[in-house]
Design a protein around this ligand. Structure first.
Ligand SMILES: Nc1ncnc2c1ncn2[C@@H]1O[C@H](COP(=O)(O)OP(=O)(O)OP(=O)(O)O)[C@@H](O)[C@H]1O
Ligand SMILES: [Mg+2]
Length: 509
């Protein structure tokens, strides 16, 4: 059932670009790219961080005006001046960063996303229509909670639901599963794939996960440095073929070996209690410790209290109980964090750890800015700051047109690298990280994981919260499972059993 805003005919759309080129000043982000997504097909778009994937789809959606090139929709030339034109033609997009209004509920977000929303909304009628719509949908999201209380996985499902609600016939998904567990990803993509197979929609999906390409896509296109460097039917290509197309050569770095034994206790959390994001349930951590030179990984399905634990540890959520760092009481004030060398890498770093409109240099070199984005510019002289930023950009391979570009103009993966460059530099006694490889291409993933391992080997205590079980297995010395706000299970990584962990993640004790 379609409650869409626009009189779009049902049926999957064919969408194609022809010689699409996009320049930002002297920099060519997209160079003569022609891609055709057949009606009803599930087309994957691969490429390293900064390859031009987001730029291509933003051009298709009318967010950017391509320097040259054309588009066809349903076989006819389409002139798309802005996203409204794209929507009117039945094109929709789910962005790499969330676009939902945090203070409104899921239901409110859906209803106001329509262009035909009446000035006075008949909520009884809308609720009935929404219930019908949801009943026909393959996956669910709590409709009556404010978005700010939803976990990342739930927000992503809602973003996709919103497009279907709006009756879109061609869906662009920009890394739709970065914040989902493998099971959630399979569920969502399985449903999207079924909608394609039924001829309801066509999909162009940007992803870094070969597994998803193989499991769900029909066709794949690969970008490298703005150029289309490979294309083919997924059935004819292995992961090695796709990797080779992406980076030109093979050989990703192997992670650093694990060295040295754990030292004294650095982080100790005892009897900590707090409300969860819904305000209805409780987060209760009886005992959690991390030693110097140890990685403790917290596995869990999104929405089981990881976000709240991160907030407690960063001082953003009031809690009872005791937190100590290096034996001293810790309340996560900035002074304490600096004195005790505690560093954080939160989820959605562009929003939570950057001042988006400030430059790459400022964002990397200043560690003293506020989480809300207000900056203070006092402690490094300009020249020093630039030199330091230039070093870090180089060392962490952050792709940016210039040090002065606003950090929000970087590709998603490069924002992540920039924040990691800042947080992993200098003396770090305790590192608290959440989903550090969200949105990174496979060679960057290997690199970042190696850096985390190097920090551990140098004696840093690392608390890693990740929804990527492979990542938890690869990096951790000890693994905890979080379920319903509690630590439900603990095991040394060396003897960890995936099935048992999965069992506890699912809440089956
Ligand atoms: N508005 C902009 N101004 C200047 N440069 C930009 C702008 N948008 C993108 N770029 C540059 O274009 C290049 C391609 O970026 P894009 O976001 O398309 O990469 P991507 O393939 O989506 O990467 P990722 O996997 O990291 O998301 C990058 O070098 C980026 O810095
Ligand atoms: Mg991108």
């Amino acid at each position: 059932m379609i409650i869409g805003e626009d009189p779009v005919l049902p049926g999957a759309l064919e969408v194609a670009t022809l010689g699409m080129t996009m320049r930002f000043g002297g920099f060519t982000a997209l160079d003569d790219v022609s891609i055709r997504v057949a009606p009803g097909s599930f087309h994957a778009l691969l490429g390293e961080n900064g390859a031009g994937k987001s730029t291509l789809v933003k051009c298709m959606m009318g967010f950017y005006h391509a320097t040259s090139g054309q588009m066809t929709v349903g076989g006819r030339e389409a002139r798309i001046a802005d996203p409204r034109d794209a929507h009117a033609l039945g094109l929709g997009m789910v962005y790499q960063h969330f676009t939902l209004v945090p203070s409104l509920t899921a239901a409110e977000n859906l209803v106001i996303s329509r262009r035909d929303t009446p000035a006075v909304i008949d909520w009884a009628r809308e609720s009935r229509a929404l219930r019908d719509f949801m009943a026909a949908m393959p996956f669910r999201v709590p409709l009556d909670q404010p978005i700010s209380r939803l976990a990342a996985g739930e927000k992503q499902k809602l973003e996709i639901l919103k497009q279907l609600y709006l009756g879109r016939r061609f869906l662009i998904l920009d890394e739709p599963t970065s914040v989902l567990t493998p099971d959630e990803a399979d569920e969502v993509l399985g449903h999207v794939r079924a909608l394609c197979a039924a001829g309801e929609i066509s999909v162009l999906m940007i992803t870094h996960k070969f597994r998803e390409v193989t499991a769900f896509a029909d066709e794949v296109s690969v970008l490298r440095r703005g150029r289309l460097v490979g294309q083919g039917r997924v059935a004819d290509l292995g992961h090695a073929d796709m990797a080779a197309m992406m980076i030109g050569t093979s050989a990703a770095r192997t992670p650093l070996p694990r060295q040295g034994a754990a030292g004294p206790e650095v982080l100790s959390v005892r009897g900590v209690k707090a409300r969860d994001r819904s305000g209805l349930k409780e987060i209760a951590i009886d005992a959690l410790t991390v030693k110097a030179g140890e990685v403790v990984g917290i596995a869990g399905i999104s929405g089981n209290g990881q976000m709240e634990l991160m907030e407690i540890l960063t001082g953003q959520r009031p809690a009872q109980g005791e937190i100590r760092v290096a034996g001293r009481p810790y309340h996560a004030t900035r002074t304490e964090a600096q004195a005790l060398a505690v560093r954080y890498l939160p989820e959605e770093p562009l929003r939570n750890a950057c001042a988006g409109r400030m430059s790459v240099a400022e964002n990397i070199a200043f560690r003293s800015f506020d989480r809300n984005g207000a900056a203070s510019r006092f402690w490094l002289a300009g020249g020093q700051m630039r030199a330091r930023a230039a070093q870090l950009v180089d060392a962490f391979k952050v792709k940016t047109a210039s040090l002065d570009a606003p950090i929000a103009a970087l590709s998603g993966g490069n924002v992540q690298r920039a924040v990691l460059a800042r947080e992993l530099t200098g003396e770090v006694r305790l590192l608290v990280i959440s989903n550090p490889c969200f949105g990174l291409d496979f060679s960057a993933v290997a690199e970042i994981r190696a850096r985390i391992m190097a920090a551990r080997n140098a004696g840093t205590a690392v608390l890693l919260m990740s929804e990527d079980l492979d990542e938890v297995m690869e990096l951790s010395d000890r693994i905890l499972v979080m379920s319903e706000g509690r630590i439900a299970f603990e095991t040394p990584a060396a003897t960890a059993d995936l099935a048992t962990i999965g069992h506890h993640m699912g809440g089956h004790a």
